[in-house]
Design a protein around this ligand. Structure first.
Ligand code: SAH
Length: 370
């Protein structure tokens, strides 16, 4: 066979790319019954079986078809770092050579996986190291659910992941369809069976996608707020220029009405002298007045070349007290995995940047003589 005919063979279909509905349509298209979908899901996500020959409740001819045309191909863990607090960070290699990072955070009563949704990030939040990497592409469904698959394989049967937060690299709502399909698999009784309260999507505030999510998928919502005014938020989270606070808060109010937790969690990174004054806290209380909210204060995690410092512990406590006294449930996020750069905003992976942002940054630096 010459190479032209070899490359003409269609690529094998990765069955990790489908949720239950997608698999049902796939099997019906083959002239099979829709229940084949739940059988396959059980094999993959509950039994951890990826060899079609072992799927004994599928007919021999169907197994033969799957062997010829399909594959179950998660990405690959290529490095593992274990922090002193038990947090574990995996470098996950995609078939195209890019890498993302996935973080496992064990606690006494739960085990959380922080999952990436994109290779790099197209948003340019000024305090986030993922942003400095630029952007390559969206992850496929198989590459997103594959992170949970790999983590669960690695941890073995005695340690189940109980919670997933879409808080790794990337802006999940800018990879809407793939993220929603992967979250469906996380919550499917024949997939990982996680409750919708235990799957959280975090967004920097892509308002139209928040409204769309409200219609198609029921998961907990966290919003990376970080500033109580448009002026400051435009600087820290530049997507705010497109979707300012008034629109964002309206979308949050709507989402909270039907979301599984009936409130929105607001993430607020504590930046010394930037957004951590008592006035900022009071402005935040005012902003959140009509939105059922919980606030999660995140001590800023530094990274090479970051131009911010973390607020002092005393200032973080004072800030929290203002919110508490106004009746807002506020927690201070315990920083996990800091010694292996696995904390919020420190995930970098290996991104073949297509946005050429690093070049722009360099040239801006050159203009300013730095
Ligand atoms: N793009 C989504 C998902 C990323 S979640 C979002 O913005 O919500 C990662 C969380 O960590 C976000 O709340 C982000 O704002 C926060 N973060 C980013 N850089 C950080 C840093 N250096 N220190 C602390 N938190 C940071």
């Amino acid at each position: 066979m010459n190479s032209a005919t070899a490359s003409a063979k269609p690529a094998l279909i990765n069955l990790l790319d489908f949720d239950r509905k997608g698999l049902q349509a796939f099997f019906v298209g083959l002239g099979e019954k829709p229940f084949r979908a739940t059988q396959l899901l059980k094999w993959i996500y509950q039994e951890g079986v990826t060899d079609f020959d072992q799927m004994t409740n599928l007919s021999k001819s169907l197994r033969g078809y799957l062997i010829e045309n399909c594959r179950i191909a998660p990405p690959e863990i290529v490095a593992e770092q274990l922090a002193s607090d038990g947090t574990c960070k995996w470098a996950v290699q995609m078939h195209c050579g890019n890498r993302v990072e996935t973080v496992y955070i064990p606690e006494e009563r739960r085990a959380t996986l922080c999952v990436s949704s994109q290779v790099g990030c197209a948003l340019a939040c000024s305090f986030c190291s993922t942003a400095q990497q630029g952007f390559n592409r969206n992850l496929s469904v198989g590459e997103i659910i594959g992170q949970l698959y790999l983590a669960q394989q690695r941890l073995g049967a005695e340690r189940r992941i109980t919670n997933v937060v879409m808080m790794g690299m990337g802006e999940p709502l800018l990879n809407f369809d793939n993220v929603v399909t992967a979250m469906n698999l996380m919550m499917d009784d024949f997939g990982y069976g996680l409750s919708k309260r235990r799957v959280t999507i975090s967004t920097s505030g892509v308002v139209p996608a928040m409204n769309r999510l409200n219609e198609v998928c029921d998961v907990s919502m966290a919003v990376s707020l970080h500033a109580p005014s448009d002026e400051l938020r435009n600087e820290l989270v530049p997507i705010n220029v497109k979707y300012p606070l008034k629109e964002l808060m309206e979308a949050c109010r709507e989402y909270a009405k039907t979301g599984p937790r009936k409130h929105i969690t607001f993430e607020y990174v504590m930046l010394d002298g930037i957004n951590d004054s008592i006035q900022d806290a009071n402005a935040l209380v005012k902003l959140l007045k009509n939105v059922p909210s919980k606030v999660n204060l995140i001590p800023f995690n530094p990274f090479p070349q970051s131009r911010y410092r973390c607020s002092s512990a005393a200032n973080i406590l004072k800030f929290r007290d203002v919110l508490h006294n106004a009746g807002i449930v506020t927690t201070i996020r315990r920083t996990r995995g800091e010694d292996i750069d696995a904390a919020c905003g420190q995930l970098v992976g290996q991104v073949k940047d297509k946005s050429r942002r690093h070049l722009k940054l360099q040239s801006v630096g050159a203009l300013h003589g730095v």
